[in-house]
Design a protein around this ligand. Sequence first.
Ligand code: PA5
Length: 448
Amino acid sequence: MKGIILNIDKALGFVSREQVYACEDRVKAATEALHRGSGAGSDFLGWLNLPSSITEAELADIEHTARLLSIGCEVVVVIGIGGSYLGTRATLEALKGSFDLLLKERGNPAILYAGHNISEDYLYELSEALRGRSFGLINISKSGTTTEPALAFRILKKQLEDAVGKEKARDRIVAVTDARKGALRTLAGREGYKTFVIPDNVGGRFSVFTPVGLLPIAVAGVSVRDLLRGAADMERATGAGVPFAENISAIYAATRNELYKGGKKIEILANFHPKLHYVAEWWKQLYGESEGKDHKGIFPASVDLTTDLHSMGQWIQDGERSIFETVISVETPGRTVFIPADEADSDGLNFLAGKRIDEVNKMAELGTSLAHVDGGVPNIRISIPELTPYYIGQLLYFFEKACGISGYLLEVNPFDQPGVEAYKKNMFALLNKPGFEKESEAIKARMQ
Ligand code: PA5
């Protein structure tokens, strides 16, 4: 399989290869626990074989629905938060043109996002931007009860119905939710929306290879078949029977856990392509929600380079030595730009004339990793051949598998997220939600 490559050489001054390989038995146990379903959170292991098990009928349904939405809509708004939108956004930002929104002839609907914040300005401006345009809505919520997307849907559904009438609006709304429970399932049934199911055994942050990610990705015109092919190849390459030395998810999990044990509490995911910004956002959710519990877990952070070398670069080079860096490197960019010669050469850059921009970017990348290692920052490198659906499929599955293994090495349940309930309880109490009377009283007393 041609694919992504993991290189831990520049982390080996901080942990030894022997230390990493000494994890082999524990990693094997963790992998077996995942595949046998014998570890914590075993009700949520459906993601493990999603790429290889999706049926032709399921794919055809997704592609057909995507086509219908594409035909009728200039814009499709993906409504969701956390795992219900980050996989889509990570994939589309990596694969679509950075300035596609400015194109007059796009061929596929523009994808916009809502329900991932509660900002009044954001919703007002989105609603203004949609005025006079034909738009559709993909409303995604596994629980079907999350406040942020429910509020956004309420507002945008009304706008759509006011613009085109209830009948036509129905054809432009798709709900992706639980098979049976939750307010969104009830609402979709009542209104007669087309629906897709998020399997019970797949948690939000592991759901990119379900209709949660596949439907909006297909609407945007990206090949979900290629994405799944890449993911399925990675599923095989990181399977239970694959030897430790050949399993890149296993080695990544072992290395980061050994670094953590040695006091490296923060992992910074760095990229040198702005298209990967949302891959890092998706990764932060995946690792942050999976590992940050029981007062343990690596804090996942991210930087976009070289941009952030002019801000966070100082801290990374010279701040507290509690960090390690994982760099996603893209071997070949999708486009070619040569640096022109300039007669006056007033910027002194003629020594670069005739070179590709990417040659400069690659030297920035190499120079940065050497400087960071010299400054005491272990460096893990993940190299991806190109930004294509196939390789993005590989990358996302690679991280998911490593996350499952890593969570078990850390001895936490990587598949729950009890911590996210705390803010909701306070918010509902402050807003006097029915059923929260006792909490309302308590929180108000605290505010006095
Ligand atoms: O990973 C998770 O389970 C969460 O981050 C969810 O994706 C997020 O909270 C959204 O939940 P829901 O899809 O139920 O609206």
